[in-house]
Ligand binder design. Structure first.
Ligand code: FAD
Length: 330
């Protein structure tokens, strides 16, 4: 009999990732509907001490697999450890953050366990009649929300995007069991060698604090054009930001994404360049003081939330705008 909702508690360098708390919070609400427990699974080297933190944020129980081989993330040992835990405990549901690690790990586990996996979910709920997990994820480029269920196999597995679910408030009075689970590793589990770990240096800018944001979308055409937008932003003492399409295309860092799954911003001026104004984008910028949009399509929804709309090719308009700002500043 499968039971309980398991959550992969992702940690990096001993720091529990926010998505772990978010998933535990979500699991706690699903667990209530099922009358089951939330079990967090924590992997790493000397990480047991973090188990208590997971309890305070909503886990009822924590399973810890500790081994030197788990110190840095490597696909094979992590997949082996989680597969072993699942085989032993037979969870009803298993949730993993859709981070780079989670996206690598989840399909390997689901294939080994021979169950289904719904990737990149944005909502989860329990069907009151069947008690099945209803997993919602965008489909067809986000134009449709598909609800997927996994009737015949266990666990019902999903990855969930970071930032979508709400963590629970930390409750210092919560207590629960933190137990070790033994997994035997051998040399065959190491199929890669980590030569060097290069940490990405964070761009310090916090777009939520910027007074002016020059935001680019798919309509700017390529990554390089953000250089033009940056120059305009600098003239306006602002920062650059983007739609998700630009992030997905690899043109912009995720931390500068505005919208439902990005940041919510309220600058004095939001200049939307080549952004259509999808509802998920508007959700993150509609409370800006003044919105100016440049779009070549006069029917673009962004104009519906703009104080000023400029219909035309942004590649012709941005240089003129830059000149005008320069002139005004002199
Ligand atoms: P497009 O929709 O492709 O729009 C490009 C626009 O550029 C068009 O309007 C076009 O007319 C215009 N254009 C093209 N060339 C030019 C030119 N030369 N000059 C002027 N205009 C031009 N999106 C977000 O932004 N943030 C989110 O947080 C977010 N979260 C999401 C969460 C979920 C669950 C889902 C399903 C989707 C989410 N999305 C989010 C995606 C969102 O639905 C849209 O797909 C995305 O916002 C589109 O980005 P865009 O406007 O840059 O691209």
């Amino acid at each position: 009999m499968s039971k309980d909702i398991f959550v992969f508690a992702e940690q990096r360098d001993g720091k529990l990732q926010n998505v772990s708390y978010e998933l535990i919070g979500e699991a706690a609400s699903l667990a209530q509907d099922l009358g089951q427990k939330v079990v967090a699974v924590l992997l790493g080297d000397k990480v047991k001490q973090y188990g208590d933190e997971l309890i305070k944020f909503g886990a009822d129980e924590v399973i810890v697999v500790e081994a030197p081989i788990l110190k840095e993330y490597m696909t094979e040992p992590y997949a082996k450890a989680l597969t072993a835990v699942i085989r032993d405990r037979n969870p009803e549901i298993f949730l993993i953050g859709a981070t780079s690690i989670g996206r690598d790990l989840a399909p390997r586990i689901s294939a080994r366990i021979k169950t289904g996996l719904t990737a990149d979910c944005t909502a989860l709920c329990i069907d009151p009649d069947t008690k099945l997990l209803m997993m919602t994820r965008p489909a067809f480029g986000g134009n449709l929300m598909a609800i997927i269920r996994c009737k015949d196999h266990r666990p019902q597995m999903a990855t969930v995007r970071p930032g979508v679910m709400q963590p629970m408030e930390k409750d210092l009075s919560r207590t629960g069991k933190v137990e070790r689970f033994q997994v035997k590793f051998d040399d065959r589990d190491i199929n890669i060698e980590i030569l060097e770990i290069v940490k990405k240096t964070k761009t310090a800018a916090d777009i939520t604090a910027a007074k002016c944001l020059v935001s680019g979308g798919r309509g700017i055409g390529n990554k390089e054009y953000f250089g033009e937008l940056r120059e305009l932003a600098e003239l306006l003492d602002g920062e650059i930001s983007s739609s998700r399409a630009a992030v997905d295309a690899g043109w912009m860092d995720k931390e500068r994404q505005v919208g439902q799954t990005g940041k919510t911003v309220r600058p004095e001026l939001y200049l939307a360049c080549g952004i259509s104004g999808a509802i998920q984008h508007v959700a993150g910028m509609e409370n800006s003081n003044t919105v100016i949009a440049i779009n070549k399509s006069e029917t673009a929804p962004i104009f519906g939330v703009s104080d000023l709309g400029i219909v035309g090719d942004l590649r012709a308009i941005i240089p003129r705008l830059k000149e005008a700002v320069k002139k005004a500043k002199n």
